[in-house]
Design a protein around this ligand. Structure first.
Ligand SMILES: *Cc1c(COP(=O)(O)O)cnc(C)c1O
Length: 344
């Protein structure tokens, strides 16, 4: 890995971050807070939240097996996807490399941050190699984006190749594991200690059932986390989100139970799709959704919309011609979808 200072934009490396009232006062017991121009009335909403979310990070640390100092929390993964561009990529000069097809936000954030977005097309099994990814890099490549299990394809990338990318690349490798709770592959966040250039993304939006509260996380070295903390908005994770996340984390067994049911339903749905005359192929998946190649994805999509059932039409995505991406819902919702498709 190149030294972090070399990978970081100069203005960010030398940035003196905003120091909030709650940053300057740290530790020691206090009773009277007259430092932040808050209104003393309207509890519990009147106070600014903890800018570093220490209580929440302590709870997450236990569940995820990652030390709190290696955790960054953001307003959804969206924030953790945007921040690396703002920290590492000099607009108009630097570039990133990503697999294609994959989650759309990596490219949107590249465009917003005026950063060239280079793609490496997956093969027909939705796999790629470390060599192909590394061949797409040059001296100005700051980040390689990987997503496993990948969205919208659903499959995991070959783990040995992912490791080869992390070991072979001089810059930052970001592995988005938004769906790892549904996967049998060992999560990479457990390998953080070995790889100073690795950032792993997780989210509360999928297995944890908390998409509404907007909480995403990045796991990385202390040094990378402290750069993120410098650049983020001071109070980027609001108090209601922190409270609700703490509440959800009290019951990880409920999540395990949801995942178990969703995986059973996934098998049932994939089997049912495979038997539909209008379904040509069901792709293997390790996520809470699957991709299915249909005879005419757009027509079938519109037919379902008319019935009030919405799936994701991925027909226009490269390598996903005539594919629908189907999220696993409740048993009732899933049965409704299958019944509608049988009537098509
Ligand atoms: C859904 C999803 C996320 C989650 O994004 P949030 O902003 O945390 O809701 C992240 N990455 C991928 C690949 C996703 O599909």
């Amino acid at each position: 890995m190149k030294p972090l200072e070399e990978l970081t934009r100069k203005n960010i490396w030398s940035l003196a971050p905003y120091s909030s009232a709650r940053n300057e006062y740290a530790g020691r017991e206090a009773r009277v807070f007259l430092d932040a121009n808050e209104n003393p009335y309207n509890q519990p909403f009147n106070r600014y939240p903890d800018p570093l979310q220490l209580e929440l990070k302590a709870a997450l640390s236990k569940v995820k097996g990652v030390p709190a100092e290696n955790i960054f929390l953001g307003n959804g993964s969206d924030e953790a996807i945007d921040l690396p561009y703002r920290c590492f990529c000099q607009p108009g000069i630097d570039n990133v490399v990503a697999i294609e097809p994959t989650y759309g936000m990596y490219k949107v954030c590249a465009d917003i941050n005026d950063t060239e977005y280079r793609t490496v097309m997956l093969d027909e099994h939705y796999q790629t190699t470390a060599n192909a990814l590394l061949a797409a890099t040059d001296a100005n490549t700051k980040i390689i984006w990987l997503c496993t299990p990948n969205n919208p394809t659903g499959n995991c990338l070959n783990r040995d190749e992912v490791i080869k990318v992390i070991e072979g690349f001089e810059g930052i490798v970001i592995v988005d594991e938004a769906y790892s709770d549904f996967s049998t592959q060992k999560p990479l966040r457990s390998e953080l200690g070995k790889y100073p250039n690795l950032i792993v993304l997780n989210t509360m939006s999928k297995a944890w059932g908390c998409a509404a509260i907007r909480l995403g996380m990045a796991f990385a070295s202390k040094e990378i986390i402290s750069i993120f903390n410098k650049v983020k908005y001071p109070y980027n994770v609001n108090q209601l989100t922190q409270q609700q996340a703490l509440e959800a984390l009290k019951d990880p067994y409920e999540v395990d139970n949801w995942v178990k049911i969703l995986l059973q339903e996934r098998t049932r749905m994939m089997d049912a799709f495979a038997l539909l005359p209008i379904c040509e192929k069901v792709y293997p998946t390790e996520a809470n959704f699957f991709l299915a190649r249909m005879t005419d994805a757009t027509k079938i999509y519109n037919y379902l919309v008319d019935k009030g059932i919405i799936v994701r039409n991925r027909h226009r995505v490269q390598l996903c011609q005539n594919c629908l991406r189907v999220t696993i819902g409740t048993k009732t919702e899933n049965s409704e979808l299958i019944a509608a498709l049988r009537q098509y």
